[in-house]
Design a protein around this ligand. Sequence first.
Ligand SMILES: Cc1cc2nc3c(=O)[nH]c(=O)nc-3n(C[C@H](O)[C@H](O)[C@H](O)COP(=O)(O)OP(=O)(O)OC[C@H]3O[C@@H](n4cnc5c(N)ncnc54)[C@H](O)[C@@H]3O)c2cc1C
Length: 310
Amino acid sequence: MSDPAVAALVAAGIAEVQGEAPLAPLTTLRVGGAARVLVTVHSDADLAAVGRVATEYALPWLIVGRGSNLLVPDEGWQGIAVLLGRGLRGVTCSPSPDLVGGQRVRAGAAEPLPALAVRVADAGCAGFAWACAVPGTVGGAVRMNAGAHGGDMASHLVEVDLIRLRSGARETWIVDALGLSYRRSQLPDDAVVVSATLDLPPGDPETIRAEIAEIRAWRRTHQPLNQPNCGSVFTNPPGDSAGRLVEAAGCKGLEIGGASVSQRHANFIVTRPGATAADVLALVAEVQRRVRDTAGVDLHTEVVRVAGAT
Ligand SMILES: Cc1cc2nc3c(=O)[nH]c(=O)nc-3n(C[C@H](O)[C@H](O)[C@H](O)COP(=O)(O)OP(=O)(O)OC[C@H]3O[C@@H](n4cnc5c(N)ncnc54)[C@H](O)[C@@H]3O)c2cc1C
């Protein structure tokens, strides 16, 4: 029998709607089950329609960027997964009204961070090279306050435009309202970032491109980029490094089912074909136990566990 929520989304004019859609291929960990509904949105109007249908059918929603920080449960997820499509990409650069010599960069939420990093480097903008090797989207990076190599989203963000799924309203929130801290934001649960505005200082494109090349080379050497993973699994505890603690607890190479702690970087869990979310979660719990036993430290996960993946 066809899903009435799928029918309602189609009736609302959304072209790309799928029932029982596998989510694993939409995540970089490549594990987990299907969403009851997967919808690809390209506009504010699409998002407002999703909000209306979710409310009508009392379904939860999950915004999916590049799925580079998502762990989906094996049993799947009974809600509407909302993939931000190409209509929510695009970058504009113009002189900043507030930062002398700088550029005001406005990027659509679905814009991939590595592409944006290169684009703004070419435009002579400094301060964003860190994002060249973070395989997420602008929207996901705002939600997570992504960061690396000494930079993060909070550093140069001016404001974001949001669509509130409950009301369908578009709102502009200045950076101070977002409550950004280490890998966290305080965005309301129904807030979908549709664009982000940054003020970036001027820089020499050649120098920034060299910085990007250096960061990419460092990542290739130090991270298991040829295997499915979700980046750092655990946040760094204050004053320490999660990777160091995991390695010191003897967890490098530890395997459960198809999931293992990377030999290359102890804060990465990598998966093999056939791995399950349960394998990953069991490994997460085992690593946490061993680090607690050896170092007395409780590691907290950075990866977002989609409801039910506990
Ligand atoms: C190889 C690798 C390296 C990584 N390195 C880093 C790193 O150096 N630093 C770092 O911070 N992270 C890193 N990550 C993790 C990840 O790339 C970031 O957290 C990224 O910001 C997630 O973006 P995404 O679009 O993939 O979000 P998703 O994983 O799709 O979603 C993450 C969260 O953001 C929410 N979300 C997504 N889009 C939106 C939106 N438009 N509006 C509101 N909420 C939204 C989701 O609902 C979810 O809660 C790495 C991951 C990988 C696989």
